[in-house]
Design a protein around this ligand. Sequence first.
Ligand code: ADP
Length: 680
Amino acid sequence: MGADEREEEQLRSVALENARSIVRARQRAERDLVATREALEQQTQALTLSLAMIRATLESTFDGILVTDVQGKVTGCNEKYLKMWQLPRDPSGSDHARLLELCAQQLPDPARYLARAEEIRTGSVAESSDLLELTDGRVFERFSSIEYIDGRNVGRVWSFRDVTIQKQTEAQLRDQREWFQVTLASIGDGVITTDVHGRVTFMNPMAERMTGWGLASARGQPLERVFAIVNEFTRETVPNPVQQVLREGTTVGLSNHTLLLTRDGAEIAVEDSAAPIRDAHGVITGTVMVFHDVSARRGAETALRDADRRKDEFLATLAHELRNPLAPIRQAALISKAAGATEAQKRWSHDVIDRQIQHMSLLLDDLLDISRVTRGTLVLRIQPTDLADIIAAAVETARPTIDAKRHTLSIEVPEQAVRFNADPLRIAQMLSNLLTNAAKYTDPEGHIRLTARCAADEVVIQVADTGIGISTDSLPRIFEMFAQVATSRDRSEGGLGIGLALTKGLAELHGGRIEARSPGLGRGSEFTIHLPLKASARAPQCAPDSGDAPRPAVGQRILIADDNRDSAETLCALLRMDGHEVRVVHDGPEALAAFGEFRPAVVLLDIGMPGLDGYEVAQRMCGACSWELKLVAITGWAQENDRERALAAGFDHHLTKPVDLQRLRALLQPAGAAAAPAGY
Ligand code: ADP
């Protein structure tokens, strides 16, 4: 082969080679193209999938979401957003400003809403959070944030969350908490809560006040420290109820007689109960303890017990005091009827009987008076009264007791006469009480001093002694009814413990007061009565008595009806001695029979008679009487309502037993002569 042929052969093989490599390159390019297209398709599919997922996510979220670009065009939103704002269609591509307009209409202040949206949109606020309260009551929370891609601001995402229910729940919770706090702060009970370990978690203001612990310092402390309790009598620590509640899971009440020891050492009588606090699953998460101050009630209970004890002591003393005079009376009666008794012995025994009866009557009078003072029915007979006369009368009454113990009595009264308005008998009664007490509670040969003076608008009378004195503890109680100080010589001085209560009551009825002072036991006592110079009696007053002592009226026909024969016969004998014509009967029917036949001018009727009682007899006598008649009830009952009942039944007068002969004589005065008012 020649050179030309070889060259041609070479060229052909090069061209062939080129053509092959071109074909191979195209084939490679085509393969690459296919691969690229396939990759693109895969990516497009993945993108479509992730877009679908994003959309699905957006749709499934509870929030409404709106996306805008930097120009304020809406690039997307979810269904929820449209629904929340009640917008009609997909607003993609539309103007954000238009949407804002539509939303703003649903708020009470659209202009404010728009201004704020504009501020967020145009300002560089990276993130915002607002609460929107719609006119229909719904509440939305709006968040917005700028979205960046590769550090470039590409728009903003707005998300809206409907928080209406949450806000309502929060408001309800707030209300409840408020209500609970106001309740806890205003109730009179202390409330403490603890955790499951019995450590304080909360206490209300009352609990703070009572324990002396503030919540801040008490929180976390064991309850036993904050609420320390002991038994009132044993002083031993009382187990805290909270431990039992935690152990047993039941409500536990505190035992009686529990004292709370406060942080500053005071003691308060308390009553409480503790209960478990459980969660929704019934598991105990703590305890609540409620307690209150029962000091006042305990005080009242103690006072009641004291009063009851004093009443029992009083009854025992009363029985003793009433029985005391019976022995001398019986013995004196025996002496006077003894065959060999001389006239002098008989007179002496009569004096003894008279004295003892006088003593018993005084006791009973005091009893009745104190009952009238406490019920406010005691009637004062206020009249111009001479101070010196009252003092003389009081001294006369107390003189036997003073003399019996050989005391010296000194009296200092103003030189010029003092006259003031008062009930002279009652003032004398008060003073003789004080003088008798001074004599009783002073060892023999002591000194008693009575002084009286006039101050600006009052009369001040003082009785001081050198006697056994009164302890500071007892002083506040001695004016209480039935009060008797234990140290008073085992009651050897007797008395019912009502004298001072009565004296105080009488002073107060006069608009005055009484005070007691004593430097201490064994150092004497001093009682001071203040009486206003001008009468200002707080009790109903009566017209003054005519001062003349009644003289026995003579020659009246008197019928006595009393089932107590001794009482009837002795009264009959006394009235006959006064010159009256007297007949005695012992029951109601007899009284009525004698009435018609005897035609008495005066009938003295016992109320409690067998057969017909005195009220009924009186009524029948009134109905059958054609002549002038005086009906007098004579009873052992001297309460105000007994008197009223007697007067209502037709009696003209009401006298209590034993009959005061002076009063009876006054009543027997014929009409027109001075007579005392109805008995009191
Ligand atoms: P009574 O004398 O019947 O017991 P009172 O009411 O008169 O009752 O007195 C009450 C108590 O006050 C007395 O029991 C006595 O303990 C005390 N008391 C009264 N007066 C005096 C006094 N002058 N000195 C000491 N104690 C007195």
